[in-house]
Design a protein around this ligand. Structure first.
Ligand code: NDP
Ligand code: PYC
Length: 338
């Protein structure tokens, strides 16, 4: 059995924050990036956990993310709030924009936060949960860089473009889904490459456009969209709304800007918050009750709700700590000493 080290959530957060701060991130950026990375480990979402630290540091050394930048909020009192990340990592920009987004959504019923010019590598569900914790429904989406072929195509063009949604459940963990619009996140392909395991069929094509289960060929070729033309269209919508519409880079433009998929992508993000209270004219109880009946019917068929696996992992991590393999622990210690 692989030996493991168990770290508490606060201890891992302290280690990751220290690594990022020592590498030159501002206090806000180090703390907010560490929080999303540790949330990934805590909730057993390894594709966006501690393995991402090295990518953050590579991108910082390449000068493609601004570790000391302070994101700037622009609020004209309308439903559209903007944060210019000024090249910082996205979690710092979200931390500055989210409180205003929540207030505005409660006032108007719906509001959107457009984040521009950020380096974005994280899972979206931590942001969604900030909003569902305040009784709001929410959608979040962003482009990435060109690594995914459109359905019927054979070359990278779209990003892995994640889409996340959350619905607040009074007294219960929220209903949240969060997925790449490619068959799997690129982080999953990289984890398969590192562990030497083949990909499931249908995830990717090689540089010649032929199906492949070899992670290295997949990383050099293109990933496929989930659900064929349906995922391809949703991914394109994300390019339009969270790229072109908010005046930021689409995935092919983000790859041109960066010149490499070895670094973390730079682009924007769109987050939309909706108030069930406002949409139901001050009587959200019926909407919440009907939502619960729907969830019960889903679970009643033996299905599970998205994020239940995460919430189970989270409860275990908070009670017992996070297990890291010997390799992962050695990697963290190396980064902490370098
Ligand atoms: P998964 O396919 O692992 O999971 C997608 C969603 O489906 C999750 O909410 C998951 O819940 C849920 N789910 C999985 N299996 C079931 C099931 N049997 N029944 C019901 N629900 C289920 O996610 P991806 O690999 O597509 O994406 C992983 C992460 O990568 C996401 O958090 C995404 O934001 C991130 N990402 C970020 C990008 C970026 O540019 N920043 C780009 C691409 C991806 P559960 O977690 O509980 O299993
Ligand atoms: O896993 O596809 C991915 C990804 C791209 C950027 C951040 N995560």
């Amino acid at each position: 059995m692989t030996p493991t080290t168990t770290l508490s959530v606060p201890r891992l957060t302290e280690m990751v924050t220290g690594i990022l701060a020592d590498a030159g991130l501002s206090d806000l950026q180090a703390r907010t990036v560490a929080e999303v990375i540790v949330a990934g480990e805590r909730d057993a979402c390894k594709s966006h956990g501690i393995y991402r630290i090295e990518g953050c540091l590579r991108t910082l050394r390449a000068g493609k993310v601004q570790g000391k930048a302070e994101p700037v909020l622009t609020d004209d009192g309308s439903a559209v709030i903007r944060v210019d990340a000024r090249g910082a990592f996205s979690p710092a920009a979200f931390a500055i924009g989210a409180p205003v987004l929540a207030v505005r959504a409660r006032e108007l019923g719906i509001a959107a936060l457009a984040i521009n010019s950020c380096t974005h590598f994280s899972a979206l569900w931590p942001e969604i949960e900030v909003l569902t914790d305040q009784g709001l429904a929410a959608l979040a989406m962003c482009p990435s860089y060109a690594t995914v072929a459109p359905a019927g195509g054979s070359r990278p063009l779209l990003g892995t473009n994640p889409l996340a949604f959350g619905w607040p459940r009074p007294g219960k963990p929220p209903y949240v889904f969060d997925f790449a619009t490619s068959v799997a996140a690129r982080g999953e392909i990289e984890l398969h490459r590192r562990s030497g395991s083949p990909l499931p069929e249908g995830w990717a094509i090689d540089g010649d456009g032929a199906p492949t289960t070899d992670p290295t060929s997949a990383l050099q070729g293109a990933m496929l969209t989930f659900g064929g033309h349906k995922g391809s269209a949703i991914s394109t919508m994300i390019e339009l709304l969270a790229g072109a519409m908010i005046g930021d880079l689409t995935s092919p433009e983000a790859l041109d800007f960066l010149g490499s998929t070895d670094l973390l992508p730079h682009h924007g993000e769109l987050i939309i918050a909706l108030s069930p209270e406002k949409f139901s004219a001050g009587r959200p109880g019926a909407a919440f009750d009907r939502a619960e009946r729907l969830f019960e019917a889903i679970v009643g068929q033996g299905a599970r709700l998205p994020s239940q696996r995460r919430f189970t992992a989270r409860a275990r991590s908070l009670a017992e700590g996070i297990d890291l393999t010997a390799d992962e622990m050695a990697g963290l210690e190396r980064l902490a000493q370098s």
